[in-house]
Design a binder for this molecule. Structure first.
Ligand code: IMP
Ligand code: MG
Length: 175
């Protein structure tokens, strides 16, 4: 598979994001809420770059089936989500595509009484967004292709690949 972003580049960028987040959340009650499963590796690399007291929480949100790019109905599973009321929440996702996932989750978080809500994504796909929102922290902007690795999957495969790769026969022509 064609490598889009090398492992070393990802780690360097994640380090930078960590330093920014560390500077921005001084003295705050940070809870990082990672969206399962795609953001697991991003989460584990990122939190080790943030030398601040922080809590980690997980939630599952799924709208995708395989390579389909149609945003379905979002299913949210909050079994692993601790209390976020009064906390400064940073929502973490692997990729911002149409924006439906992050948009829905930001609203959902505010209904739960979070003090502040920001978002961080490793990747943002250009030309795909349907929901207007600007991620507060973004690792890389990428062209419209289906990518895997560093947590991102295709039908639950390829998450363990240490770099970001383009899935063959994906992209605008294949849709
Ligand atoms: P959105 O709701 O359209 O922004 O989609 C976000 C979710 O779709 C992400 O959390 C991913 O799970 C999934 N997704 C979107 N594009 C890709 C991709 O290129 N590769 C793997 N997963 C993707
Ligand atoms: Mg996901």
């Amino acid at each position: 598979m064609e490598i889009l972003i090398k492992e070393a580049e990802i780690l360097e960028r994640v380090r930078e994001l960590g330093r920014q987040i560390e500077a921005d959340y001084q003295g705050k009650s940070l809870t990082i809420v990672a969206v399962l499963t795609g953001s697991l590796i991003f989460l584990s690399d990122l939190i080790r770059q943030i030398q601040l007291p922080l809590r980690v929480a997980l939630l599952q949100a799924s709208s995708y089936r395989g390579e389909t790019t149609v945003a379905g109905t979002l299913t949210i599973n909050e079994s692993f989500l601790p209390e976020v009321a009064g906390r400064d929440v940073l929502l973490l996702d692997d990729i911002l595509d149409t924006g439906h996932t992050l948009g829905t989750l930001m609203n959902w978080m505010s209904e739960r009484g979070a003090l502040s809500i920001k978002s961080a994504v490793l990747l943002r796909k250009i030309g795909r967004q349907e929901v207007h929102l600007e991620p507060d922290y973004c690792g890389f902007e990428i062209p419209d292709a289906f990518v895997v690795g560093y947590g991102l999957d295709y039908n639950d495969d390829y998450r363990h690949i240490p770099h970001i790769a383009v899935l063959p026969s994906s992209g605008p022509e294949a849709e």
